[in-house]
Design a protein around this ligand. Structure first.
Ligand SMILES: Nc1nc2c(ncn2[C@@H]2O[C@H](COP(=O)(O)OP(=O)(O)O)[C@@H](O)[C@H]2O)c(=O)[nH]1
Ligand SMILES: [Mg+2]
Length: 298
């Protein structure tokens, strides 16, 4: 199965619901718009955005030129793509070294995404160094070591319970000494409480700023797309306290409804940069707004 098919499969529930509405289209009346609005809300778009989108669609219909369900589908595709397109989806990692800090709550797919990125970069001939900054559990370092081995990346790892800031500090020093192209730092998603976690991320941020003041840097927040609107809450918290330059939406091969992409992009203005569509090394895609919307609507 191609990667695009995997997203299409994952988003099939939303697509079927929307397609049902388009197919049964008998006219742009209130009933039609209400049903569409409800379906968009159910698809995790969020109430405000669903209402706003349907209002725009109403205006387009009023302006003329939209007749059948197929025209409506095209117009909705245009409106939703627009919602995502104002964003810069590219990863900016031109300096040597450049650095990625992967953040997000437990279980969303941080370590897996690091593994996938490491595989991508090494296959491009880049030298990659991983920092095992999740020292909360030994298993986390273990998991990252396996990805390092698989992808041919190097890894800096300390023992369980040690200071994540120190791991990042050592990782940066090692990357400079070994002339690595990209450093990717893992972090814990769960600590004794949220304040601890946010303090730790601030500390890591400060270390990176001090040790690599001129390096290109991405703070990628990983969100599990199947958690719906809760993802929006997480995005808000992390972007306030940890500084987020981009989002990674994972598990889009699963039961995700897909609307969360529009909600986070629209409400927080954080660009989506990558999407995860499985557990394997090559199950990672650059985010493409139009493809994403087409996977939902066509
Ligand atoms: N189906 C699917 N599973 C994923 C994806 N990304 C991660 N996972 C799985 O989600 C679970 C948690 O991932 P992990 O990387 O350990 O999360 P972390 O706690 O944020 O580091 C693992 O079982 C992964 O294999 C994805 O895109 N699709
Ligand atoms: Mg992890």
């Amino acid at each position: 199965m191609g990667l695009f098919e995997k997203i299409k499969n994952g988003l099939s529930k939303t697509r079927k619901n929307l397609t049902g509405i388009f197919d049964s289209f008998t006219g742009a009346n209130d009933e039609f718009f209400d049903e569409l609005e409800e379906t968009l809300i159910t698809a995790d778009l969020g109430v405000d955005l669903a209402v706003e989108t349907v209002d725009k669609l109403r205006a387009s219909v009023k302006a003329g030129g939209i007749r059948g369900g197929e025209d409506i589908r095209e117009e909705l595709t245009r409106l939703l793509t627009e919602q995502l397109r104002s964003q810069d989806s590219a990863l900016h990692l031109s300096t040597v070294p450049s650095i990625i800090l992967m953040i997000g709550v437990n279980g969303v797919g941080k370590t897996t995404t690091i593994g996938k990125l490491a595989a991508r970069f090494t296959s491009e001939g880049k030298k990659v160094l991983l920092c095992a900054g999740d020292t909360f559990r030994a298993a986390a370092g273990e998991q990252l070591s396996i990805w390092a081995q698989r992808s041919g990346a190097e890894i800096v790892r300390h023992e369980e319970g040690s200071d994540p800031g120190a791991v990042v500090f050592d990782g940066i020093a090692a990357a400079k000494a070994r002339k690595a192209d990209v450093i990717i730092c893992d972090t814990a998603g769960r600590l004794h409480n949220k304040t601890n976690l946010m303090n730790e991320l601030s500390k890591i941020n400060r270390i990176i700023e001090r040790e690599l003041p001129n390096a290109d840097r991405e703070n990628l927040l990983v969100l599990d797309a199947t958690t719906g609107q809760n993802g929006l809450l997480q995005a808000r918290q992390f972007s306030e306290s940890a500084g987020v330059t981009g989002l990674v939406l994972t598990k889009l091969d699963g039961t995700a409804k897909g609307g969360i992409a529009f909600a986070v992009a629209g409400e927080l203005g954080i660009p989506i940069k990558l999407i995860g569509v499985g557990e394997k090394a090559d199950d990672l895609l650059d985010f493409d707004p139009e493809n994403y919307v087409r996977a939902l609507l066509s």
